[in-house]
Design a protein around this ligand. Structure first.
Ligand code: C5P
Length: 244
């Protein structure tokens, strides 16, 4: 029994140090700033795993809708987050598919309403606590690119390379407007801008894990910069760190 205990302990320690040696690059910033695109490109280029932490908050919001739980019922929302039956997979075209209890919710979570739900439930401390370990579970060899709001400050504070992308709210609303028009959705630009500003305010002013750059993050303003230039700047830092 003693031997088994020792070997279990040694194996746990090995696992902890092994996981601790897996590199993480964090990419944080407000919505519509291009983090998702940059994170995808980076994970592809490095052949690393990708954590889209916003998707976890979006699925939590959508799961509440499915389960008939109101977004402002904190204890019930936290319970939904604790038992979140979510699965991620890749479609043939490389798009990420998200299922809740086996039901495809990929499109539903990407709507403006899905974003509102995500940012409302994300302000509940017990929800963040419930999703913390799930996010850490994505840390697997050979490495992880983690996209979110608090990747560099809370979830992976020891990450060796952290980026924080910014862009003006007007620029982000304009980009989102074009994306939605391309998808054939009819939207109002002033409404989008108001939504983005409201979400920024909620994300930045919440008591837990507010949206702020980590002290050691490299801040990149992407307002007037094409995404290819932002990626080139990111790759420069990745090379400096010796990841490639
Ligand atoms: O990144 P995305 O727009 O999908 O995130 C949706 C919402 O989820 C954000 O507006 C934010 O409120 C919340 N979120 C968060 N922490 C993260 C990722 C997303 O609070 N790490």
């Amino acid at each position: 029994m003693c031997l088994r205990a020792v070997s279990a302990c040694a194996s746990a320690q090995w696992q902890i140090s092994y996981v601790a040696s897996v590199p993480v690059i964090t990419v944080d910033g407000p919505s519509g700033v291009g983090k998702g695109t940059i994170s995808h490109m980076l994970a592809d280029r490095l052949g690393w795993h990708l954590l889209d932490s916003g998707a976890l908050y979006r699925v939590t919001g959508q799961a509440c809708v499915i389960e008939g739980v109101s977004w402002d019922d904190d204890p019930a929302v936290a319970d939904v987050a604790r038992h979140l039956d979510v699965a991620f997979s890749l479609a043939a075209n490389g798009e990420m598919l998200v299922a809740y209890k086996g039901l495809d919710v990929s499109a539903a979570i990407r709507t403006e309403e899905g974003g509102r739900g995500a940012s409302t439930v994300a302000a509940i401390p017990a929800v963040r606590e419930a999703l913390f370990a799930r996010q850490r579970d994505f840390l697997q060899p050979p490495g992880l690119v983690a996209d979110g709001r608090d990747m560099g400050t809370v979830v992976f504070p020891d990450a060796p390379l952290k980026f924080f992308l910014t862009a003006s709210a007007a620029e982000r609303a304009e980009r989102r407007y074009k994306q939605l028009l391309e998808k054939g959705e009819s939207v109002s630009l002033p409404r989008l801008l108001a939504d983005i500003q409201e979400r920024d305010e909620r994300d930045s002013s919440r008591s837990v894990s507010p949206l702020v750059p980590a002290e050691d993050a490299i801040v990149i303003d992407s307002s007037a910069t094409p995404i290819s230039d932002v990626f080139a700047r990111v790759m420069l830092e990745v090379k400096k760190k010796g990841f490639i």
